[in-house]
Design a protein around this ligand. Structure first.
Ligand SMILES: [Zn+2]
Length: 436
């Protein structure tokens, strides 16, 4: 029955969709593809190269080099002419929420958890996956569903099976916080309201929750290290927070995740939360607004990645008020110091915290340049360095053997990083999703 239904659905769309719409289930091209790139930024090198040929077979890159040379190996290949463009590796956003449509205020968050079903939210997530791909993001680490249980794994499965277009998804499912330390929290004790995370208490509870999430498809484990952010007295004005888990709980959580081959991301905004997460041995710090010099040194010493999510910080500062505005400036200063110290700062936006339909995730590249990175450093933070965070050596680079995940822009992003928000060509695994 199923193939017939799929066929009917495809036919129905074919008669109504505009001619340039990509196929519902794009097939892997049978013949090799030769891309003629006017300029190539390969994700690793410090300078762009001119006049490059990229030969693709199946879902991988077979050869990259001077056009004349690669052309020699590309007999019978279909040519994609990007001679007037700059080709880059597909972008990677290491902090997203496919199941969320913006939560500048508590009300906007509660509205989604209380009045929208998980199936409805999953439909929007499928739309969001397509938006991400069309903006050039060929891989994302989705850092929890905000109450939508394991629906991120379903979206990932649909993308992997070619049912819907979307990036490669590294899913983290439900995330964790102790009882009462994450919304929705209500004064009405008669009602059991939905939780944005899996409530987890005690060392054994932590191990069990990790096992449950991994069993349901979590590629990463995420926990909320802190809440309640406030500034200490001047002149230091350290950004403090209340720590959620006991050290024993957090250590058990990280240990169990690592035992099962999963890395751990910690939401940690205040210095106290960042310190607690680092003590527990996490792999990545999310947001990290309250970074101090000594915490930045620990990041360098332990090889922990920092995912600052600047785009969302600007988006929520106004509506949330209070400490959220000064936190942006605090993070800006820490970012600049972290850069000087050699902290591995990786691109992550927290999209979903702002609506997918409102801002392009590639805006994050612009903030990093504004904060002191060179455009090339910013590009690496959203390509090769992000792939390193994910432990995916075949992503984030344009090199022989890597996946054929590519984007192209019309201008030169080294001269104007905002070009990255105007992607004209997108390929994932050898399949073209957007053409100039
Ligand atoms: Zn987030």
């Amino acid at each position: 029955m199923r193939p017939c239904f799929t066929l009917l659905a495809t036919l129905a769309v074919a008669t109504t969709a505009p001619a340039q719409a990509p196929p519902l289930r794009p097939a892997q091209p049978a013949t090799p593809v030769l891309i003629k790139a006017g300029r190539l930024i390969d994700g690793r090198s410090d300078a762009p190269q001119a006049g490059v040929g990229i030969l693709i077979e199946g879902d991988r890159i077979k050869a990259v080099g001077p056009l004349a040379q690669v052309q020699g190996q590309a007999k019978g290949a279909r040519v994609i002419d990007l001679a007037q463009m700059t080709v880059l590796p597909g972008f990677i956003d290491t902090h997203t929420h496919l199941l969320l449509q913006g939560d500048p205020t508590a009300e906007s968050y509660n509205e989604q958890l209380l009045y929208e079903s998980t199936p409805y939210r999953a439909i929007l997530a499928a739309r969001n996956a397509r938006i991400a791909l069309e903006h050039g993001f060929t891989a994302i680490r989705d850092l929890e569903t905000e109450g939508a249980m394991y629906a991120d794994v379903d979206v990932k499965r649909a993308v992997d099976r070619g049912e819907i277009p979307g990036p490669r998804i590294f899913a983290s499912t439900r995330a964790m916080a102790p009882t009462g330390m994450y919304p929705i929290v209500s004064d009405n004790w008669e009602l059991e309201l939905p939780h944005g995370v899996q409530p987890v208490d005690g060392v054994e509870g932590a191990r069990l929750a990790v096992r449950q999430q991994v069993a349901h498809g979590a590629d990463w484990i995420k926990f909320y290290a802190d809440r309640r952010y406030y500034f200490g007295p001047a002149p230091d004005s350290v950004l403090h927070s209340w720590v959620n888990f006991t050290d024993d709980e957090a250590r058990a959580l990280v240990d169990e995740a690592h035992r099962l081959g999963r890395k751990v991301a910690a939401h940690a905004i205040g210095s106290d939360g960042i310190a607690a997460a680092l003590r527990a041995g996490v792999n990545t710090i999310e947001h990290g607004d309250g970074m101090t010099d000594s915490l930045l040194d620990v990041l360098v010493a332990k090889g922990v990645y920092w995912v600052p999510t600047v785009t969302v910080a600007y988006y929520v500062a106004g509506p949330r008020g209070g400490a959220w505005g000064p936190m942006v400036e605090h993070q800006h200063r820490a970012f600049t110091r972290g850069l000087r110290k050699g902290v591995r700062i990786v691109l992550g936006t927290d999209v979903g915290g702002f609506p997918w339909t409102e801002l392009n995730q590639a805006k994050e590249f612009e903030y990093y340049v504004q904060y002191g990175m060179t455009p090339m450093q910013a590009i690496k933070s959203g390509t090769s360095l992000a792939a390193e965070l994910l432990g995916q050596r075949d992503l984030g680079v344009v090199a022989a053997g890597a996946y054929a995940d590519l984007v192209a822009v019309a201008g030169d992003p080294v001269k104007d990083v905002a070009e990255l928000s105007r992607v004209r060509f997108v390929m994932k695994g050898g399949v073209t999703y957007l053409s100039p």
